[in-house]
Design a protein around this ligand. Structure first.
Ligand SMILES: Cc1cc2nc3c(=O)[nH]c(=O)nc-3n(C[C@H](O)[C@H](O)[C@H](O)COP(=O)(O)OP(=O)(O)OC[C@H]3O[C@@H](n4cnc5c(N)ncnc54)[C@H](O)[C@@H]3O)c2cc1C
Length: 455
């Protein structure tokens, strides 16, 4: 009897899963395996918010496999050792895995290939599982990746994306030992954010259906309206692979309207950052394009930023939402990131770390490369642009609703006053339980210009 292993990583789903489909096609029995990888834990990447989402997602995946006659097999330890052990115990000839883009994923793949080969077993790596367009599938002449989004997007739009694969009807699992499903607390100690969304493929598909049924068509008009909360909130489901980017792309494209077009462009940004990281894994912690910045060490201002008490209401509202939900909208991410790296002129790595500590969708490709984009050390074509938090507030929260939602201490202020709080003098702010601004914007802009231009 032929046995194979489907090793789940960032593809915790049964629908449109190339790894699962290929493993089932090649064998009569399949081990759907997830390894609670002690190596990932050692990197500091596993934090309470993502641990909670992961625990939900694994429980849901186990349920989906049981509904098909199977179950999820869980092991705890080094992912390579445990996978090889399971393969040996079950006599599996092949291990299937989704291609990853991070340094960690590349090393895992190399080690798995070598160890399995030593045991005369094969590793089968499946592209277009974590992204819709595989990294490396599109390259400009003479280069190994695109460094600018617009030409990438032009090629990406006409790429022949593979079709959507059906979820299997039945999964037959050989007799093999499994640890229990992990609980969030055993993956990462500490409390998760109180407003954290639930994880898992069932929840992802529910959210997908409601997104496609209505809000998607208004995405182009409304995605930057902070109070409207009019984005898909699918990022964490994409990060954990509870939802396939390929399926999402096909289903969004099926709606030929401006909202869907704008949304598809965002999915291209996701693939874009993944192809950059795959080609330049060191961009996770090194400047992609060094600008010789003389970053400031500003522990008190940085702490005020982390806690959402910078004295700039829109910045603070966004950072408090991050703490409460483990998520914030893209427009808010741009603003708070710009505030840290350009206004406070603090190293983007400090901000990226804080995001990774809290974001439920925290992702090396999207997080580190978006931070670099904002810092001007990445792929942004306007590296010295600075976002003014007062101007941004008027544009993206004109009625002050978003700020009122997250800063109860300012909830009594009207739309005109609420964003002008940093401009009030000491006497006018006396009755407010809200900090004075940590920085003067004009002085900060001058400091940034001076710091960035060497000499
Ligand atoms: C400083 C900074 C840090 C970020 N960190 C992360 C992160 O760790 N993980 C993450 O998934 N996204 C990150 N993003 C990108 C983006 O902000 C989020 O993906 C998006 O806000 C998630 O909300 P949504 O699912 O409602 O997005 P929607 O607006 O509904 O967009 C749909 C999907 O497109 C993708 N997408 C949208 N914008 C971007 C973008 N700029 N780059 C890459 N993909 C994008 C996401 O997968 C998203 O789920 C970051 C952006 C910035 C500016």
């Amino acid at each position: 009897m032929r046995v194979s292993v489907a090793l789940f990583t960032a593809d915790l789903r049964t629908h449109d899963n190339p790894v699962l489909v290929a493993a089932l096609r090649d064998a009569e029995r399949v081990v759907p395996l997830f390894v609670v990888d002690t190596g990932v834990r050692g990197t500091g990447f596993v934090v309470p918010n993502r641990a909670a989402f992961l625990a939900d997602s694994l429980a849901d995946l186990d349920g989906a496999l049981r509904a098909r006659g199977g179950r999820l097999v869980v092991r705890v330890g080094d992912v390579v050792e445990e996978t090889c052990r399971v393969a040996a115990e079950t006599g599996a000839g092949e291990v299937h895995i989704a291609a990853g883009v991070s340094r960690y994923a590349a090393r895992r793949e190399d080690r798995l290939r070598a160890e399995l080969a030593g045991d005369r077993r094969a590793l089968r790596v499946h592209e277009a599982s974590v992204t819709a367009v595989p990294p490396g599938a599109l390259t400009p002449a003479g280069k190994d990746h695109f460094a600018v989004f617009t030409p990438y997007f032009r090629r990406w739009e006409s790429f022949a994306v593979r079709g959507v694969l059906p979820a299997p009807d039945a999964v037959f699992v050989p007799d093999v030992r499994s640890a229990g499903l992990p609980r969030a607390g055993s993956l990462a100690p500490g409390p998760a954010s109180p407003g954290l969304p639930a994880g898992g493929e069932s929840e992802a598909r529910r959210r997908l259906r409601s997104w496609l049924a209505g809000p998607l068509s208004a995405y182009d008009d409304r995605h930057d309206d902070l109070a409207a909360d009019a984005t898909s909130r699918l990022s964490a489901h994409l990060h954990f692979g509870c939802l396939s980017p390929t399926e999402l792309l096909h289903r969004a494209r099926a709606q030929d309207n401006p909202g869907a077009h704008a949304f598809v462009r965002q999915l291209a940004w996701r693939d874009f950052h993944h192809q950059v990281l795959a080609a330049r894994p060191d961009a996770a912690d090194h400047d992609y394009r060094p600008r010789h910045d003389r970053w400031r060490h500003a522990p008190e201002e940085t702490e005020a930023w982390r806690e959402g008490r910078t004295g700039y209401p829109l910045v603070d509202a966004a950072l408090r939402q991050l703490r409460h939900e483990g998520w914030m909208p893209g427009r808010a991410r741009l603003l708070v990131a710009s505030f840290l790296v350009k206004t406070l002129y603090v190293d983007w790595r400090v901000g990226a770390r804080h995001f990774l500590d809290l974001l439920v969708d925290g992702d090396i490709a999207n997080n580190q490369l978006n931070w670099q984009w904002v810092a001007g050390t990445g792929t942004d074509t306007r590296p010295n642009r600075v976002l003014n938090p007062l101007v941004q507030a008027r544009r993206f929260d004109p009625r002050g609703e978003y700020v009122r939602r997250w800063l109860p201490e300012l909830s009594g202020l009207d739309a005109r006053t609420i964003h002008r709080v940093p401009l009030l003098d000491a006497a006018d702010r006396a009755g407010l339980d809200y900090p004075a601004p940590v920085v003067d914007l004009a002085a900060a802009a001058a400091r940034f210009r001076e710091g960035r231009s060497p000499g």
